[in-house]
Design a protein around this ligand. Structure first.
Ligand code: SF4
Ligand code: MG
Length: 327
């Protein structure tokens, strides 16, 4: 198998400061022992509520944040502890597209400057070669040549996200982390941007990690989907298996709340809506045992004591829940 990204037991803890002296009084386990791999050309969707650790995981993967523990392999290289100077050329192969294109685009720069900027940082291209690359990627994302002299505020949200995508792609990356790239857009525009990203993936042979907060968005684009809860994977499975046969009570609840018509135009099954009680607990003080137990309709005694590990139930379909643990 052709694996591009491999993540082994990654943890990212943040110190919690308290008191007048601002001493470290605890740890916020934003990502707590997550492992997975992504094949070349594959899209792994990661779904979770805000506070589940999915964005932190994305940032750790491209070493925008240092992992607390674990190992990161990218393109057969161990990048876990590479120093920043050495990570720079590798990072050109790993790009990120963010949720809010307005916040992530400098409003004082023209589209041409915005797309050219990553090439300048890279540093070894002649002006005319840069211009050529900018034009090529501009067309790929569906913008026009006369857009080059315009500024971000002159565009709609969907168009701005196209500019962000162009910026991410101009360096010819292998791997793109998409952190809720369509969450801020109208539903009608979401489908356009998702389709564009899917086309670009096929065209350029890209590998995606696609982060979202609901299962309807990643359904269209993912090959496999992981559901994240309080820093851990509750379930990970091939797309069909996850949507047709969700095993974790959390996944079941998330799926039951998807609107009747999803983005792919498919009719959702007429399932009863499962309402989760309460909010996501603070990752600073997660419940003992199964961290989902405070909201789980199927919680039982063991769930308070033992933390469930991921076990494989079906081919490639893993779930962390005592209901499926026969041991
Ligand atoms: Fe619910 Fe227990 Fe399964 Fe956790 S381990 S999801 S609390 S049944
Ligand atoms: Mg986020």
């Amino acid at each position: 198998e052709d694996i591009l990204v491999e993540v082994r037991n990654i943890k990212k803890y943040f110190p919690i400061k308290g008191g007048v002296l601002q001493k470290t009084v605890g740890q916020l386990k934003a990502v707590d022992d997550v492992s997975f791999s992504i094949k070349k050309g594959e899209t792994l969707g990661i779904v979770g509520e805000s506070g589940s650790g999915k964005s932190t995981l994305g940032r750790v993967l491209i070493r925008l944040l240092e992992p607390t523990d674990g190992q990161l392999i990218f393109d057969n290289k161990d990048i876990t502890t590479l120093r920043q100077r050495l990570i720079r050329p590798i990072r050109e192969d790993m790009q990120m597209v963010f949720q809010d294109p307005f916040a992530s685009l400098n409003s004082k720069m023209s589209v041409e400057q915005l797309i050219e900027e990553p090439l300048l940082v890279q540093g070894n291209l002649a002006k005319k070669d840069r211009k050529q690359k900018v034009l090529a990627v501009l067309q790929k994302v569906g913008l026009r040549k006369d857009d080059l002299q315009k500024y971000p505020h002159e565009f709609s949200g969907g168009q701005r996200q196209r500019i962000s995508i162009a910026r991410a792609l101009v360096l010819n990356p292998k791997f793109v982390i998409c952190d809720e790239p369509v969450s801020a857009l109208d539903v009608s525009i979401q489908a356009q941007v998702l389709n564009l990203m899917k086309d670009l993936q096929e065209d350029l042979g890209l590998t995606y990690l696609f982060i979202a907060h609901d299962l309807s968005v990643v359904k269209h684009i993912s090959d496999r989907v992981a559901v994240m809860y309080l820093g851990r994977f509750a379930e990970i499975a091939p797309k069909r298996s996850l949507y047709d046969n969700p095993l974790h009570p959390y996944t079941q609840a998330l799926l039951s709340s998807i609107p009747v018509i999803d983005l792919s135009g498919e009719q959702a099954r007429g399932k009863e809506k499962i309402k989760l009680s309460g909010d996501l607990p603070s990752p600073a003080s997660p419940p003992s045992g199964c961290t989902f137990r405070t909201r789980c309709p199927k919680a039982h005694d063991r769930c308070t004591i033992d933390r469930p590990e991921l076990i494989e139930i079906d081919e490639g379909h893993f779930v962390a829940c005592h209901l499926y643990d026969r041991s």
